[in-house]
Design a protein around this ligand. Structure first.
Ligand code: HT9
Ligand code: FE2
Length: 339
């Protein structure tokens, strides 16, 4: 297959205080997220002047990708469209159509399966194509890359660099975004793909970077009404449990995320770090891939998989698809049970 463009698809985030509430409404439209939760999350954004770092991180990734592609003599224009805040997917597809793009690969800033981390991106791409209408470019999403060396390596390096500075009784704490249990249950053809893929990443990073050091996989940033069941334990509760058991330090590894956006700089660097401080534990948070050269090269390698049949690189042992087949994760989001 040949492609004439690469489209970066991301979440989007507010770029000033006036953007915060409209952005939150875009994200949670029809989702049953209570107002209390929105007010609380708005405060997290206001703490940073209403600016999420995610758009700047996308711009940095695009700049790095353009460099990477041109160094390798790949003349593929790079476009950018977000799901929830400008530049929106629709505008990106309109620009692509105006530029004569017929068929593009899409790299999504989420490495895993599940409705929220994969299918929702596909749904939003499909909706944007429908909105653009006739001659909208065809978009093929690049596969889940959770166990690609380019995603794993930055976390491995981060853990290795942190370990010598930590107390002897230190544990690794892998974290990702919590999702409703109902969403995890229907994720992937056999269910629980989201948690399985994360467990595999935690295992690979731990065994490579810190053999013999205990580790756990926990969840953060849960949303929805308090009564509904989401993946647990929460990172803060887990830190309390570790402290009770005599753990003196934690290396928190945010494997759920590709860049240091708000879930990382607020929910971990602020909330979880404070929790650790109250508990008297040393705390280090490892960087996300961001624009790490291995991560940037990974995108080029994933393109080569699709265009030149380059062998798929997988460090993990679980079966994954090269691409998301139609049957994978429900095309309609499983409802968050409401109160
Ligand atoms: C799995 C997952 C990822 C990782 C995969 C991926 O990266 O896509 C992710 C990423 C992100 N989530 C983000 C922001 C938000 N997520 C929310 C709400 C929700 N997230 C969910 C899941 C995920 N979210 C779910 C099931 C909800 C409940 C509502 C719904 O069913 O949709 C809300 C509403 C308020 C709240 O309740 O927190 C906000 C503001 C940002 C931007 C950060 C920034 O601005 O820097 C990013 C990268
Ligand atoms: Fe989210």
């Amino acid at each position: 297959m040949t492609y004439d463009a690469l489209l970066l698809v991301s979440f989007g985030g507010p770029e000033g205080p006036d953007d915060v509430l409209p952005f939150l409404r875009n994200v949670t439209r029809g989702r049953g997220v209570p107002d209390d939760r929105l007010t609380e999350v708005a405060e997290h954004y206001y703490h940073f002047g209403g600016v999420s770092p995610i758009n700047a991180q996308c711009r940095a990734l695009i700049a790095a990708l353009r460099g990477e592609l041109s160094v390798h003599n790949l003349h593929l224009p790079v476009y950018w469209g977000n799901r929830n805040w400008p530049p929106m997917l629709v505008e990106a597809l309109q620009r692509m159509r105006a530029d004569g793009i017929k068929r593009s690969l899409a790299f999504v800033t989420s490495a895993y399966g599940s409705y929220s981390s994969c299918r929702q991106y596909l749904d939003d791409i499909a909706a944007a194509r429908a909105a653009v209408g006739v001659d909208a470019p065809i978009i093929d999403k690049i596969r889940h890359y959770f166990d690609h060396p380019g995603f794993i390596t930055p976390f491995v390096e981060g853990v290795k660099a942190a370990l010598p500075h930590m107390p002897s009784n230190t544990k690794l704490v892998f974290t990702s975004h919590s999702i409703p249990l109902s969403m995890n249950e229907v994720s992937g053809p056999a269910g629980a793909r989201y948690t399985e893929q994360h467990a595999e990443v935690a295992r690979i990073v731990a065994e490579t970077a810190a053999p013999g050091v205990d580790y756990d996989l926990v969840w953060q940033s849960r949303s929805g009404p308090p009564e509904s069941k989401w993946l647990e334990p929460d990172v803060n509760d887990h830190l309390a449990l570790l402290a009770q058991g005599g753990t003196e330090g934690v290396i928190v590894v945010p494997i759920g995320f590709t860049s240091d956006h708000l879930e990382v700089i607020w929910d971990l660097d602020n909330e979880a770090a404070k929790t650790a401080e109250h508990l008297g534990m040393a705390f280090t948070r490892v960087a996300t891939p961001g624009t790490h050269p291995a991560f940037v090269s990974m995108v080029r390698e994933l393109i080569a998989e699709r265009t030149q049949g380059a062998p798929a690189q997988h460090l993990g042992k679980i079966q994954t698809f090269d691409n998301t087949p139609d049957g994978c994760c429900p095309a309609r989001r499983p409802p968050i049970p409401s109160r």
